[in-house]
Design a protein. Structure first.
Length: 753
């Protein structure tokens, strides 16, 4: 029988337990250290809740989110997910792409929002055929004619500059199509314009997704993505808290920039009532999202007072208000601050540098639309070539030059990163309401002394009649000047540098005859004719033409007694003319210049009853010093040889053409006018930009038998005016005075410079 020895068994068991326990402690300690090391290297923070930042929409007020981001960075609060709507999607996309709050603030403050929302490239970059229409009394509204029906653009604001701005700001995201692979996972919220359903954008082109989210109905045209027409997401989810939770956020920090509803006293117009209806829809979906917030979430509602969704020029103030609102929540936000080391790891993972210039590896052009404008036409306008290095400003300019042809609804710049640089895709989308367009304009003039004129202009243009880009333009004038003009423009090359242009005209115009300031008589001149020009047009700079014109003129007395050498005449002439136009604005220029000349030689060999030569030219330059703009101009003209006939005199008189005199009060065989005009922009209203200014003018006309340019016989005049730059053209109220005691007031709508 063997004895049982409990002591021996106990000793062996105790030793085994010590070994096991030591091994277990070592394994646990090693695993924990390895996990912490892995977490730190991957910016993984499993010991803290995931933060979702929700940025609501509200137009310019969405910039308040930048101020909130500045506070989050100061408090070292990392963001794991971002969801944005409208302007909140823009700010959110920029931050998710790797930019810091300071960088976003700097970019937003540096943007000239007026230029961005004008929708047009710089005027000096616009194709000359479109640029020359600025001198006609045409409004900015362009209607399309399709299948016998009038078609309007899908938005009041042209979005070209907005699109290109976002594309260039987000160049550093080229190649990232999955928004979960951005430094911070991101979502943009839009609405389907057809079904009204909420669309959550999680992939594709980041700039285009953010832009689609802010397509305010009626203002911006909707964006077509993946077969859908998308508009502003505010009407379905202006504060998308639920989307951030679905992404995995444990804690929500949301920024609501919505405004309170109008009171009954504020609903004073149909527009205010319609705006209230939209605001009610938005507030309803915002309130529903706010109710889902828990006690650990942070709700920030900046007090933006009277600031409006269109106050983009007040972005700096809005950012400060957003920062102030976040600081008021500092106690709640601090709960989610992390250590210096953890935040440094977050910044290292998040931070990206903006791309300011790119090396072009290849250039491809794609045209989308019904007319099928040849891509070669677009390519001929581009100066970017493979192998070149271009900055973002150059990219914007190139897109503007293509857009400036007037044929495209939008011109996008898509880049794809390659080993040897960037592949550039220029994607031009034809206007959905083109290529046949109808425009109208109105001109009014009164001197408050019984003299008044008016004119209504209808312009119908058919573009892309053939693959070279031929145009057929027809204009109808009704009013003080009545007539119809038709021109066919036929480019001879893809580049449009050379062209042939036949034209035809019928017109009836009134001429007044004055004795001092008293109108003694008037006569009308009816004319019809045609011609053909051969021309050279170096794109956006100007054009030169050489051609033949033929016509017949018949004069008829309207009031008083007018003695004319003949009451009818026939003309056949050679005409050479040219214009160089680099003004930034025709209505109220800030800078630039325009120069033009015209030489007409009427020859009996071409059937003319009157053989004469007429030469005229003008030059105008503008420069702005601070807020004060100064224009200097000189125009002159003269017959060469035989006198000018009754149907072709030089005229002066009227507003800014020797102000104080009646319109066309001076008629003569030669003419000269010098002007110094200055004005200052005083503000902006719903009508347009408001200006105050004045002018000094000197000039005269000279009759047959006198010296052609008697500089000792110059008249002196001047004016004071208030002006608005409206959608219908420049509008003026002015007072003019000319030597000899001539005074006149002017109510004027139309071109003057």
């Amino acid at each position: 029988m063997t004895a049982f020895d409990p002591g021996g068994v106990c000793k062996g068991t105790r030793k085994s337990r010590y070994i096991f326990l030591a091994t277990l402690i070592f394994v646990v300690f090693y695993s924990v250290n390895a996990s912490f090391a892995a977490c730190a290297s991957k910016a993984c923070y499993r010991h803290r809740p995931k933060i979702g930042l929700v940025l609501g929409g509200g137009g310019a007020k969405g910039a308040a989110g930048i101020g909130v981001l500045k506070v989050l960075e100061k408090l070292k609060v990392p963001v794991d997910y971002i969801v944005g709507t409208s302007m909140g999607a823009i700010v959110g996309a920029l931050y998710a792409s790797g930019l810091s709050a300071e960088e976003i603030e700097k970019e937003v403050k540096s943007i000239n929002w007026k230029d961005v929302f004008s929708g047009e490239p710089k005027r000096e970059d616009i194709d000359y055929r479109r640029k020359r229409e600025d001198y006609e009394i045409l409004s900015g509204l362009q209607l399309g004619i399709k299948n016998g029906k009038i078609v309007m653009p899908k938005g009041l604001i042209k979005d070209q500059n907005v699109n290109v701005l976002f594309e260039t700001l987000m160049l550093h995201t080229a190649g990232i199509s999955d928004f979960d692979k951005l430094p911070i996972p991101f979502r943009a919220v839009a609405a389907d314009a057809v079904t009204g359903k909420m669309i959550v954008l999680r992939s594709g082109n980041l700039a285009e997704a953010a832009r689609a989210s802010m397509s305010v109905p009626g203002a911006f045209p909707p964006v077509e993505l993946n077969g859908r027409l998308l508009m502003d997401g505010g009407i379905v989810r202006n504060l998308p808290v639920d989307i951030a939770r679905k992404m995995g956020a444990d804690i929500i920090i949301c920024v609501d920039v919505g405004k309170p509803l109008k009171t009954g006293k504020e609903l004073i117009s149909p527009i205010s009532v319609m705006s209230q209806m939209i605001d009610i829809m938005i507030k309803k979906n915002v309130d529903a999202q706010i109710k889902t917030l828990g006690p650990n979430d942070v709700y920030i509602h900046p007090d933006l007072g009277q600031l409006d969704s269109t106050d983009f020029d007040k972005s700096a103030e809005i950012i400060r208000i957003g920062e102030k609102a976040a600081m008021e929540k500092i106690a709640e936000l601090k709960r989610y601050s992390v250590s210096d080391a953890e935040y440094a790891a977050f910044v290292a993972h998040h931070q990206r540098s903006m791309v300011k210039e790119v090396k072009i590896a290849s250039v491809k052009v794609e045209v989308v639309g019904e007319t099928k404008i040849p891509p070669e036409v677009v390519a001929s306008r581009l100066s970017i070539k493979p192998g070149g290095i271009v900055d973002t400003e150059k990219l914007k300019k190139e897109a503007g030059i293509v857009y400036g042809t007037g044929d495209f609804e939008r011109v996008d710049l898509n880049v794809k990163k390659r080993e040897d640089g960037y592949e550039l895709l220029v994607r031009a989308k034809e206007k959905s309401w083109g290529p046949n367009y109808l425009r109208f304009g109105v001109a009014l003039e009164s001197d408050f002394e019984g003299g008044s004129k008016y004119n209504i202009l209808l312009d119908y243009t058919r573009r892309w009649v053939d693959s070279l880009g031929a145009e057929w333009k027809t204009q109808l004038n009704l009013g003080s000047v009545t007539g119809i003009y038709s021109e066919f423009y036929q480019p001879l090359t893809i580049s449009h540098l050379f062209f042939i242009s036949p034209s035809a005209l019928w017109k009836r115009e009134l001429y007044d005859v004055y004795a001092g300031s008293h109108r003694e008589a008037s006569y009308s001149v009816a004319s019809y004719g045609g011609g053909i020009d051969f021309g050279y047009q170096p794109w956006m700079y100007g054009e030169a033409r050489l051609g033949l014109v033929f016509g017949h003129f018949r004069a008829k007395a309207q009031t008083g007694s007018v003695v004319l050498p003949e009451d009818h005449a026939t003309r056949g002439a050679i005409v050479a003319r040219g214009r160089l136009d680099q003004l930034d604005n025709v209505n109220f220029p800030n800078k630039g210049y325009v120069a033009e000349f015209k030489f007409l030689s009427s020859l009996r060999a071409l059937g003319s009853d009157y053989a004469y030569n007429k030469l005229e030219g003008a030059v105008l330059g503008a420069e702005t010093f601070g807020k004060q703009t100064v224009l200097v101009s000189l125009s002159a003209g003269s017959r060469i040889g035989n006198p000018l006939p009754f149907y072709d005199p030089f005229t002066l008189g009227g507003f800014l053409k020797l102000s104080g005199l009646r319109t066309n009060q001076l008629l003569g065989q030669s003419m000269m006018l010098w002007r110094l005009i200055t004005y200052r922009k005083m503000g902006h209203s719903f009508i347009g930009d408001f200006y105050l200014g004045g002018s000094l003018e000197s000039g005269n006309t000279w009759e047959e038998g006198r010296k052609q340019f008697d500089l000792g016989n110059l008249r002196l005049a001047g004016s004071l005016f208030a002006g608005y730059d409206t959608v219908l053209g420049p509008f003026y109220l002015a007072f003019g005075h000319a030597d000899g005691g001539f005074n006149a007031g002017y109510f004027y709508l139309g071109r003057t410079f």
